[in-house]
Design a protein around this ligand. Structure first.
Ligand code: ADP
Length: 504
């Protein structure tokens, strides 16, 4: 094990970035280089990648741009650390993970500020993200010492079937921009708990959070080479090269279904074990007997957490006729009261979208729906001025042929569709190639549980607006993904079952 512990702070090296106007005592200059092995290095890329503030469009700073050679250097570093990390006693790994948890909590306010700055989300969303992100370290610190195998008697008697779970090996972790801290820790923590070393490739839009988390982990005592972080403007070439290196044994990806498909192809060359958290198109069902207040509160969370930029975000509201008018009126009232603004402003409740392309997509889906007959009950128009903003919006009477019922809008737009018969609602809810999260509101628990079983989704929230929990298996069916993150399931994704046939 490395001697790099929390008591021996590594020196700040390389290029750094200081969050302007935010000099909290728990802050430190954020590295802007690549974390390869024991140090931050500039890498061999010639250019730098600019990081923008989505609330203004202005450049915050620039970061190192990894090449294929840097990607290979990261694999070398992960390989050099692999044997000793796998041999580190589970309790020792757990202690380091606990330290990562505490270090993230100590830096929570500052990290939240950073997330809001580069991602655009409102500070309360950023704060919840940091706590959610930190919890993965605590949960997997607890799981690291519970990697139990089993032993059985072969059906014919005599022989014993012994199974143990071994670290799967070097893992490539690719994350999106919408939860820049949590998507990284949801992968790093179980990888480390299982005894794997890893290479994190964050999204180009939000690299600073991942780099800050990397520095926090270093300071918390994660040994050199165990976690490597590379950002690149050419993810296709760099990730493909890494996946074609035979030392790499695991891919864990969160992002779009299109990129997931490309990566599965790339992973096929060396038959790399792949976990995929891909797109969603979450239905939100409200039955006549639902508690209206609870359904509205749940809808606000499911739709507006992260301003709708979440793969679990409610994309389609199917509301039964009896409760429909009251539900839409209340949703319009609540959504209309939200304050739109820069995520870093304390009063903001709905922050900026990530970039101009996100705004273009929202505008396209809204105009398609309106063109086909949807009514704009709130918002529906991009405001003038700087930054990438879209206001909280409600479209009702959305026709069934509207593109936004098929495609994730990934923004603060609620599309509401009335229904009469519950069977129609189930059919519409399941009529999609996605299957990540679904929501149901009803006071009839028997019916609710029956619907939960019939909805073709990896996660169903019954009278709740939030499914994410580090202790629960997160993941989708159909084209929403492969495998699960969080819970004990998430740990097993970073292991291989080894069967030892024993002649007793
Ligand atoms: P989103 O649509 O949410 O931006 P993407 O799927 O485009 O999601 O990106 C998610 C992550 O996948 C990012 O880190 C991005 O850099 C990475 N990525 C995009 N294209 C590729 C690719 N061809 N190979 C590997 N990673 C990629």
């Amino acid at each position: 094990m490395s001697t790099n512990t929390a008591h021996q702070m590594p020196a700040d090296t390389g290029a750094t970035y200081v969050v302007p106007g935010f000099g909290a005592k728990e802050s430190f200059p954020i590295p802007t280089d690549l974390l390869i092995g024991d140090n931050w290095v500039a890498g061999s890329g010639e250019g730098r990648i600019e990081v923008l503030n989505p609330a203004t469009g202005a450049v915050l700073t620039s970061i190192a741009d990894a090449t294929v050679a840097d990607g290979m250097a990261a694999v070398d570093a992960a390989q050099a650390a692999a044997a000793s990390w796998a041999a580190t006693p589970p309790r020792a790994r757990a202690v380091i993970l606990q330290r990562c948890f505490h270090a993230m909590v100590e830096h929570a306010d500052w990290l939240a500020q950073l997330i809001s700055l580069e991602n655009g989300k409102a500070l309360p969303d950023a704060r919840s993200e940091v706590m959610y992100a930190a919890e993965f370290f605590r949960w997997y610190a607890e799981e690291a010492v519970r990697i139990n195998g089993d032993i059985g008697i072969a059906p014919a008697g005599g022989n014993r079937i012994m199974v143990q779970y071994q670290p799967i090996g070097i893992s490539l972790l690719i994350t999106p921009w919408n939860f820049p801290a949590a998507m990284a820790t949801r992968k790093i923590a179980p990888a480390l708990a299982a005894g794997c070393t890893c290479i994190l490739k964050p999204a180009e839009e939000t690299p600073l959070t991942a780099l800050a988390v990397g520095e926090i982990l270093r300071r918390a005592g994660v040994p050199a080479g165990t976690v490597n972080i590379i950002n690149t403007s050419d993810p296709a070439s760099v990730c493909s090269a890494i996946l074609r290196d035979r030392r790499v044994r695991k891919l864990s990806f969160t992002g779009s279904t299109e990129v997931g498909r490309i990566l599965l192809r790339e992973a096929s060359y060396n038959i790399i074990n792949s976990s995929m958290e891909l797109g969603g198109n979450a239905p939100f069902l409200v039955l006549d007997d639902a508690d209206l207040d609870a359904a509205i509160d749940g809808a606000m969370i499911a739709k507006m957490r992260n301003a709708g930029e979440a793969c679990t975000a409610a994309n389609r509201f199917y509301v039964q006729e009896g409760i429909y008018p009251a539900f839409v009126d209340r949703l319009v009232e609540k959504m209309g009261a939200l304050k739109l603004g820069a995520g870093t402003d304390a009063a903001t409740q709905c922050g900026a979208m990530i970039n101009g392309a996100a705004i273009d997509k929202i505008e396209m889906l809204v105009s398609d729906a309106v063109g086909k007959g949807a009514r704009v009950r709130l918002g529906g128009k991009t405001p003038a001025g700087e930054g990438f903003f879209y206001p909280p919006s409600v479209l009702d009477e959305v026709p069934l042929n509207a593109d936004l019922l098929r495609e994730e809008i990934f923004g603060p737009v609620a599309a509401v569709v009335p229904f009469k018969d519950i069977e129609d609602a189930v059919r519409m809810a399941n009529d999609t190639e996605y299957g990540l999260a679904a929501y149901v509101y009803t006071e009839n628990m028997k019916l609710g549980l029956q619907l939960a079983e019939r909805l073709e989704y990896g996660m169903v929230a019954l009278n709740r607006g939030l499914v994410s929990d580090p202790a629960a298996p997160f993941g989708g069916v159909k084209q929403s993904g492969l495998g699960r993150e969080g819970a004990h399931h998430g740990l097993l994704e970073f292991t291989e079952a080894k069967y030892i046939a024993v002649n007793w």
